[in-house]
Design a protein around this ligand. Structure first.
Ligand SMILES: *Cc1c(COP(=O)(O)O)cnc(C)c1O
Length: 461
């Protein structure tokens, strides 16, 4: 046995480094709900500690962990807590943290059933749960990918495959040169990852037929052009600024009649379908062909969890297919046929654990609470002179502005510097705005009031 092997076996045997990392993790958990939401300047400066060349000699494992904890932990953003409202982030349901930490030791890759029977089993189970909770067509296939960026890419790849196949054109073999034209129709508020996927897939952003949107960012139904069987129509469940939903009931009916492929980007908003009192927002989504949704936003799974759902199993499998002399296909689920990657970590484990733990009622309650906190925020901030809420609070997003762009900008920067909460800015119909996304299970009424207070302080500075 080499000396290096020996020390690594010792690391396993005496468990010290695992206890050490667990201790750090527990310390982190204890402080994160009260800590400054954004790292201090000092913590960020201290990151220079990592500026070192790759060492020549092997270190002690405990020293590596020590360095990571000492300089890494204070430089994290407190997305786990209740006052991080930036982007659309989401905390983590505690059982998900625990399940992830257990599965870290398993280190499974559910590319094939033979590679990870447990990973493959949980993917098959959760696929059925999604069909149930979102009320999707029975044969819908799920691909467990890194996020909605990847899920949008996969859904649109399936659409591309299917539309060309209907035109007797196998895109995998023949490519796009001289291929029949695919039309792409989407709203002017489509998320940038949708545009990125259109670019990657060679559909060409210049070919997009843009549809006008209303004041909330929803596609204006009457403005949709005539659709046909060569069209991909991309809709949105949850506008990244306003949280608004396209009118699926009317639009999907129309698109279905025209035999267009409907893809829904529902990164955080598709979860409204799992909430009894918000379900009306997603009425009609079951008529679509593919859906993209995140675990790591509204559902509060750890990062790196997106799901592509596709009613056309053959299209998604064909779009992402690969073979090799060593690939052993099984009668059970082989996850790699539904994702762009071959090897990927078994992110399904945390997703399964959180859904299994919350159950339908827990999911409903958790997400409805986010909605209620968003409404609370809108109500409280509207009562503060100098702040204006710019959107209807249909889900979890609140758009706030001040009297002018420059005041909005400086107030936002003051809020960020106060570090009592954190949020980012955006532009909404030409005006600078602040974007509040309530998507943590941990956000309490008190967190909202504290944050509103911070807004007030920031305006007075
Ligand atoms: C966050 C988001 C995406 C991208 O999802 P990732 O998980 O970050 O890849 C796409 N669309 C919408 C509407 C989003 O909110």
């Amino acid at each position: 046995m080499s000396k290096l092997q020996d020390t690594m076996f010792q690391d396993i045997r005496n468990k010290n480094i695992f206890e050490q990392s667990q201790q750090y993790a527990f310390q982190y958990l204890e402080s994160i709900f009260d800590r400054n939401v954004y790292p201090t300047e000092e913590a960020i400066n201290d990151l220079s500690n990592f500026d070192e060349t790759l060492p020549k000699e092997t270190s002690k494992a405990e020293n590596v962990l020590k360095q990571l904890n000492q300089y890494g932990s204070p430089a994290t953003t407190a997305t786990l807590g209740g006052r991080y409202f930036g982007f659309v982030c989401g905390s983590v349901v505690p059982v998900g943290l625990a399940a992830k930490s257990l599965s870290t030791f398993w280190d499974q890759a559910p590319a094939l059933n033979v590679l990870s029977p447990i990973g493959s089993k949980l993917e098959a189970v959760v696929e059925k749960w999604f069909i149930d909770i979102f009320n999707l067509p029975k044969n819908t296939a799920a691909g467990f990918v890194s996020g909605t960026s990847a899920a949008n890419l996969c859904g649109l790849a399936a659409a591309r495959y299917r539309i060309l196949k209907k035109n007797n054109w196998n895109v995998n073999e023949k490519g796009l040169r001289n291929a029949p034209k695919i039309r792409v129709v989407t709203g002017k508020q489509a998320h940038s990852t949708v545009l990125k996927a259109i670019g990657i897939l060679g559909l060409g952003k210049e070919n997009i037929e843009w549809v006008e949107v209303d004041k909330q960012g929803r596609i204006i139904t009457e403005a949709i052009p005539e659709l046909d069987k060569n069209t991909i129509l991309i809709l949105q469940a949850g506008n990244v600024n306003s949280g608004a939903f396209d009118n699926f009931e009317v639009i999907c009916e129309k698109a279905k009649k025209a035999d267009a492929w409907i893809h829904i980007d529902g990164a955080f908003g598709l979860w409204a379908a799992a909430v009894a009192s918000l379900k009306h927002l997603t009425k009609g989504i079951e008529k679509a062909n593919s859906w993209a949704v995140d675990g790591h936003k509204t559902l509060n799974t750890p990062y790196d969890s997106g799901i592509l759902l596709c009613a056309d199993k053959e299209a998604i499998r064909s779009a992402l297919h690969m073979t090799g002399s060593y690939i052993i296909e099984s009668a059970e689920r082989d996850g790699m046929f539904f994702t762009p990657e071959m090897s990927r970590r078994a992110r399904i484990i945390e997703l399964w654990a959180i859904m299994r733990y919350l159950g339908k009622n827990g999911i409903d309650e958790m997400i409805l609470t986010m909605h209620e906190r968003a409404k609370q925020f809108a109500t409280e901030i509207s009562q503060v002179p100098g702040f204006y809420v710019e959107n209807e609070i249909v889900f979890n997003q609140v758009i706030v502005r001040c009297d002018s762009d420059s005041i909005t900008e400086s107030v936002l920067s003051n809020i960020q510097e106060l570090r009592e909460c954190w949020l980012g800015g955006s532009v909404w119909f030409g005006k600078k705005v602040m974007r509040v996304s309530v998507c943590s299970w941990a956000t309490t009424q008190d967190d909202i009031s504290k944050s509103v207070k911070s807004f007030k302080t920031a305006l007075a500075l």
